[in-house]
Design a protein around this ligand. Structure first.
Ligand SMILES: [Zn+2]
Length: 94
């Protein structure tokens, strides 16, 4: 890939992370609307307290330029949240 490519072209997925927008998600447990900013990793339901995770930023999981695109700090936050989410799933299974 040419060196200039990643400087001029950014993937659409990262735009929502670099420019935070408020999004509404429905709580899978109680159906309450949950507000989450597009650059936030997770948000808690105001009614039942369920933690939902931001799936908007899925490109961070696989994009090799994620750190340059949105910044290493944000990538680190998302990876830590994903690790936590995985731990919770394995705890539920055991
Ligand atoms: Zn809820």
């Amino acid at each position: 890939m040419p060196e200039t490519f990643r400087l001029i072209d950014r993937c659409p997925g990262s735009a929502s992370i670099r420019t935070p927008t408020l999004q509404m998600k429905k709580c899978p447990r109680c159906g309450e609307e949950i507000e989450i900013f597009s650059n936030e990793v997770s948000a808690a339901c105001g009614r039942c307290g369920l933690i939902i995770y931001n799936d908007q930023a899925s490109c961070i999981r696989w994009c090799r330029y994620a750190e340059e695109c949105v910044g290493p700090e944000i990538v680190r936050k998302f990876r830590e949240a994903e690790k936590k989410e995985g731990d919770e799933i394995s705890e539920r299974r055991s």
